[in-house]
Design a protein around this ligand. Sequence first.
Ligand code: SF4
Ligand code: SF4
Length: 634
Amino acid sequence: MPKLNSYSDLRKLQEFINARRDPSRTCITVCSGTGCLAYRSQDIYGAFERELEKHELRHVVDLRKTGCYGFCERGPIVVILPEKICYLGTKEKDVPEIVEQTLVKKKLVERLLYKDPATGDRIAHMDDIPFYKHQHRTILASNALVDPKKIEDYIAIGGYSAAAKALFEMNPDSVVKEIRDANLRGRGGGGFPAGRKWDTTKNAPEEPKYVIVNADEGDPGAYMDRSLLEGNPHSVLEGLFLGAYAIGSHEGFIYVRQEYPLAVENTEIAIRQAHELGLLGENILGSGFDFDVTIHRGAGAFVSGESSALMTAIEGKVGEPRSKYIHTAVKGLWDKPTCLNNVETWANVPAIINRGAGWFRSIGTENSKGTKIFSLVGKVNNTGLVEVPMGITLRKIVFDIGGGILKGKKFKAVQTGGPSGGVIPESMLDIPVDFDELDKAGSMMGSGGMIVMDEETCMVDTARYYTDFLAHESCGKCVPCREGLRQMLRILNNITTGNGREGDIELLEELAEFMQVAALCALGKTAANPVMSTIRHFRSEYEAHIREKRCPAGVCKDLISYAIDKNSCIGCGTCAKNCPTNAIYEIRASAVSKDRVFAIDQENCIKCGSCYTVCPDKARAVIKTPVRSFAERV
Ligand code: SF4
Ligand code: SF4
């Protein structure tokens, strides 16, 4: 493609591409996000190439690799456009049947369609599947429409038209105003208004100015940013470009985790292609504006997600935070004004410039506008990436979109905001999801991790897990965070192993208060949130561990034993086959009129829980019992 030298060149290229594309033509899209690739979706793509060739359909059917479709639990996903016929859990061996039935005979392959768990009905169309039906996909929707490695796909759907509009029809001030009017709040954690941040950097006296994409996604279980960079890297690049133009920056950085190889690869390709077309570099589209972007690979430290630590890492030093008496928007990278936003925030910008602040404001709540992408994981049926309007209730996300709790168990809590957030109990499931309401509930929006927990989750152990994670990830620079986390972890370890003492809860609260006030950066200031929120909503569980040496959820190994209920055991022997220490033995069971039942040798049991997991549902003979009352129960 020739280099573009004007706005009209870009328009002509878009017309040229679309003139050769027929939206009514069949297009097979194969999800090629990391989740589906792990299930060999590249083999599925290859099989489609061969089958289309065999049936001489290549000239009438398109084939496209796309970014993440979001329903990761049910991948690999194949969606046939324009009807949006959605095949889930597809395998390479299914491809000949899909081509033969759906493309040639115009019939559906029923067994690959979504099955409604309540009615048993099959659902053919993607938008009718509850997982998608209740979402509001403005950003993720584009993942299905583009091959992330092809800039022409992005241009075909209007890509870079917001950049051109800003360059030729708006001035930098009006771009900032549009973002301010939209009330776009940062999607990376605190929800700070992006327009205000842009304004501060723009008005800071020093030059040069920098813009940064924070793609250092470190929350356990979260992968929203990875999927956006993998699936539609040009949308992030275009957002960054718009920020640079508005602020007056000519150099940008994308700080992305080294552990995200596909995101890095697709972003590198996107930058190269944008350069070749004249959408990055000098004199972009003949406007006289210059802008360039460098990818910086992070080594995976959670603390590098903090803005000042991230900037220090880009400077080539150890990624440690610094005190922010002067904000990074004024003195950031190399002490120059720097505007940092996360991936999802930047990805929202082109749509706001194209469709206007009013459109963006029409979605969401009073103070939280637009949509938010969550990575819905944990003990929920439909794990995956969901994009919902701000203000939706947690109940709708967990039950309508997420399909409820795995194996019909009871919902207990949902952790939002990752390790810096907190747990929200069932009594608060109907609060609207927005920045302020989640804060009020003792949690936070964070970057969008959402971990669902069922009745078999111990809330003290959950607090211990996050505290352990943060104690390892603390850079150790400031005493409140470094020592506070260590002491909290020591107390939580004591409680979960039956060594908790009266006064431990109060001590945890005291430490938390101290860290919130005195820690240097956001990691330390928010590190106590999981502990505080679990104490606030599940104090009785702490008390049971401390006073009764009992784990009500049956999770803390030192407080439980496994036993086999002889009356329920059907003698199948599955547990014995799966026990890693051969602790399960067979006994004759004349007393209960059975050929055989099994029992556990407590001396050899390491409490791995395998027997509990594999014992068939029809028996459920393996039980967890508190250590203290073990003798009474068996
Ligand atoms: S908990 Fe693990 S080690 Fe203990 S009996 Fe069951 S399978 Fe064996
Ligand atoms: S798996 Fe369950 S039912 Fe089968 S032998 Fe073990 S305890 Fe009994």
